[in-house]
Design a binder for this molecule. Sequence first.
Ligand code: CO
Length: 294
Amino acid sequence: MDTTATLRASPDAAVPTLRQIQRIVRGRPTSDGAGVKLTRVIGQPDLDMIDPFLMLDEFRSDSAGDYIAGFPEHPHRGFETVTYMLAGRMRHGDNQGNSGLLTPGSVQWMTAGRGILHSEMPEQENGLMWGFQLWVNLPAKDKMTAPRYQDIAPEAIPETSPVAGATVRVIAGSLNGVAGPVSGIATEPVYFDVRLQAGAAVELPLPATHNGFAYVYQGQARIGEGASEQLVRGDLGVLGKGDGLKITTGDAPARLIVVAGKPLNEPVAKYGPFVMNTPQQIVQAVEDFRAGRF
Ligand code: CO
């Protein structure tokens, strides 16, 4: 008899059900904005979305020509954009007069709601620019909410070390009694930036209600119990069901983001920077944008 399986199957057991990798997806090189080179991992033919996550881009280049054109003024409606900087500086500004500088280690969680017009431009002419932009869907009832920004400085993101050899920056959600600074988001997201030394193993709680993924951006790691598949830099693992995530490293260290959110299970109508529930709402968004109503 497999005792482990029995324990895991029991609803009373405190032992978490470890999530396994459902499949591994690699991003596709593309460009966006005024010609910024990036890798699209979610929101491309191999992985349309992981409800509520609509898009994940990684931008990483130390060649200014790949990023200097930036993202001049453009609109968003109906969802949230989350920018996490690893290296480099990006200036953010919008048509409401809001402005801010994203520095290494900082996060901007922008709820576009009914609409904003903004620009995201590099504030450097050389050196490494590295980070992620994630698009998080909003439920139908919040799609036309007032825009909101959570600009979070690097020092406002707490770090915790659940076990030796593992350090986690808690951007959203909580771990070890440490809560991330992002608050009041409909999909109750978890966003961890995980750093593992070689030969480390850590188990992270992830709400069973949530869909999630892990994206390795440095080194390599294994996910799940006895997982035979190794995720290497640039691999996104779509997570199966469960309420815990076990990550282990072998000879090499690893850095990865682990992100999860409550699925909306609502119809998605997408057109560029507008994400609504119906085609009619998309037509309305385009009309509102053209008429200068953002
Ligand atoms: Co934008």
